[in-house]
Design a protein around this ligand. Structure first.
Ligand code: ADP
Length: 622
């Protein structure tokens, strides 16, 4: 075992797999019934057929009573036919339950990801964790879902062993009637003990070899995950319509090739996996199979010797050889399960690392009242560092923003404007200081109610490939009139009238063949319409006009002033001319608000940053 590979005790493996099983069970309790019925039924039927076939052979080799033979053959056929039908039904039921359980397992992760704090989701470590879990699930099936299979395997093995032993007991009790002249009598308990020891040794060695081989696959999971992840990302870049132009113009397949090569070298015919298949994995599997074949040969020879000695007929030979093999495989799969439970631990650990992540963002219970006129939002000595970073992105920010007013945040790129909005919308909590709404720390409010107060258009807003109306209402279209009004207000009206399906038109080609492609500016208008539809008391535009030309931007801003009506509005823009009309302008610089006031007041300070920025931009527009 390599130094960095963690040794797992069986107790720990059992505990973790059990925890996984209970989690899936709670999500879909009914799956357990089909998973139990299937192994019981399969075992009962297979042993019944073995028993009946043995009786047919016995009758053929013995009395040859035609009536009895007829009865036995018909019974065997009937049992086989009926059981095949019932088995097919059970298998189908189990498969349906399987698919449903699979989705439930995926749902566990979807719900978890959706409930994570934004700060955690924004953290590269979380991305890596989620990606590793998804790759494991897709390419090895390891983790929660596999635990359900283990549960079924335990039952299947136990039934197999129980049924096999039941059909084998008479082998040990039957006595020879003919002297074969062998040194030790086949009836001797010594022989029985020797066979039992051989069974234990063979089954242990064979399973141990298989477990070793499986353990090697599991230990290489990281290499596989990286290889597949690189392939999953770079392998598909050429087909991604968002990236296709850049990939072609810059011949980016050269980068892709470099990363995909990692996968190829891992999986190619001379790569790591091919080598492993030859040695040691292939060798371990070969030894494992060799041992089980050797054991079957020894046991079968012993059964034949006892049959030769007249202890039982030919039919019983068939019964014993088949049932001892099944007992062998039953015990083998139990032992393998021991290894499998351990091999599943690394996958489960990653999954539980994600599922156990706690929400650290404070979630209060205070009901959100409408903003009081004399109050609003206040940042008090707010400083902020992004998680995992030592640098302050905001430092000592103090600002009061009265209800119903218009605030503009301006400043150079990277000065902290978007971060200021993210703190306001509680995507992150301040590292120091506090933000107040109606005079109360925003951490005390019910989180969802608080978020409902903001209609935001972020710089990197996201519009889905669903219907236009669904995008605006951020869900099913329940109020088409309002959807159309908001689109009109956001300046999308003319475009909307061009669409024959109106607000039912699909955006992009992801889900509707007749979907439309929209420009960056049009996309932004849809995002603005979505913010308006929310009808929230605060409306925030974070440079939403980046893809618009200056005229279109001026149009949106002047319109927005009307649309915003009595709402409180915050604008972030790199074009100062768009913010002239605001009641207050805050100038951000290197994480601080260095100036604050009306456009006229700020412009009168010739030494100020605003003055400098204004004149720098004015050169381009005058
Ligand atoms: P602005 O909106 O004024 O352009 P931002 O608030 O987006 O500025 O960024 C301020 C600083 O914070 C920048 O230096 C940026 O690199 C950094 N930053 C932004 N987002 C993150 C993040 N998720 N993690 C770490 N640093 C970030």
């Amino acid at each position: 075992m390599k130094k960095n590979e963690e040794k797992v005790s069986f107790g720990e493996a059992l505990k973790l797999n059990w925890r996984g099983f209970m989690l899936v069970y709670k999500q879909r309790p009914q799956m357990i019934v089909s998973r139990l019925v299937a192994p019981i039924w399969d075992t009962v039927v297979s042993y019944l057929v073995i028993w009946l076939s043995a009786r047919v052979i016995d009758e053929l080799a013995g009395n040859r009573d035609v009536e009895r033979l007829k009865f036995l053959v018909i019974m065997t056929l009937a049992v086989t036919a009926v059981s095949a039908l019932i088995s097919a039904f059970i298998r189908r039921w189990r498969d349906i339950e399987n698919v449903a359980t699979w989705f439930e397992v995926i749902r566990i992760f979807i719900n978890k990801k959706a409930s994570l704090d934004y700060a955690d989701l924004d953290n590269p470590k979380t991305h890596e964790l989620i990606s590793a879990i998804e790759m494991n699930r897709r390419f090895t099936g390891g983790g929660l879902f596999r635990v359900v299979g283990y549960f079924e395997n335990i039952f299947r093995s136990l039934f197999q062993i129980g049924g096999g032993l039941l059909l084998t007991i008479s082998f040990f009790t039957s006595r020879s009637t003919v002297n074969t002249g062998s040194v030790i009598s086949p009836d001797s308990p010594l022989i029985t003990i020797a066979v039992a020891i051989a069974l234990i040794v063979a089954v242990f060695l064979s399973s141990h070899m298989k477990n070793k081989a499986d353990g090697i696959w599991a230990s290489k999971a990281k290499t596989r995950v990286y290889g597949n992840r690189a392939f999953g990302h770079y392998g598909w870049l050429g087909c991604d319509d968002g990236a296709a132009a850049d990939v072609r113009l810059y011949e980016q397949w050269k980068i892709c090739g470099k990363y995909v090569a990692n996968k190829v070298s891992t999986f190619e015919s001379k790569g790591l996996y091919a080598k492993l298949c030859r040695y040691p994995v292939g060798v371990y599997y070969a030894i494992s199979n060799g041992i089980s074949i050797l054991f079957s040969a020894v046991v079968n020879a012993f059964i034949c010797v006892k049959a030769l000695a007249g202890a039982f007929g030919v039919g019983m030979v068939a019964q014993y050889t088949t049932s001892t093999t099944r007992v062998f495989f039953g015990i083998g799969s139990l032992i393998q399960l021991y290894g499998s439970l351990k091999n599943n631990v690394p996958y489960l650990k990653l999954e539980f690392e994600l599922l156990d992540m706690k929400n650290t963002l404070a979630r209060g219970t205070r009901h959100v009242e409408p903003a009081r006129e004399d109050e609003g939002i206040e940042f008090r000595n707010v400083s902020f560092k992004y998680p995992g970073s030592d640098e302050y992105v905001l430092k000592d920010v103090n600002i009061k923003f009265r209800t119903g007013s218009r605030l503009a945040a301006v400043g150079m790129n990277g000065s902290g404007k978007t971060t200021f909005i993210k703190l306001l919308c509680r995507l992150y909590d301040p590292t120091e200081g506090e933000i107040l709404y109606n005079g109360v720390n925003i951490k005390e409010y019910d989180y969802d109610e608080y978020l409902n107060m903001f209609g935001v258009v972020f710089q990197d807003f996201y519009i889905t490939d669903f219907k236009l109306g669904e995008n605006v209402s951020a869900g099913p279209i329940t109020d088409p009139e309002k959807v159309m009004e908001c689109l009109e207000e956001a300046g999308f009206g003319d475009k909307l009238r061009e669409y024959k399906d109106g607000i039912d038109t699909y955006i992009g080609k992801g889900y509707g063949w007749e979907g439309v492609d929209v420009s960056g500016g049009e996309n932004q208008k849809i995002a603005i319409a979505r913010a308006l539809y929310k009808d929230a008391p605060f409306i925030i535009l974070d440079e939403p006009t980046a893809s618009l030309d200056p005229l279109a931007e001026a149009d949106i801003y002047s319109k927005f002033n009307e649309i915003a009506k009595n709402k409180s509005a915050i604008y972030i823009s790199h074009r100062l001319s768009s913010c002239k009309f605001c009641d207050e302008i805050a100038v951000f610089h290197e994480g601080r608000i260095i100036e604050q006031g009306t456009h006229e007041a700020l412009l009168s300070n010739e030494q100020g940053k605003y003055y400098e920025l204004w004149h720098a931009q004015a050169r381009y527009y005058t």
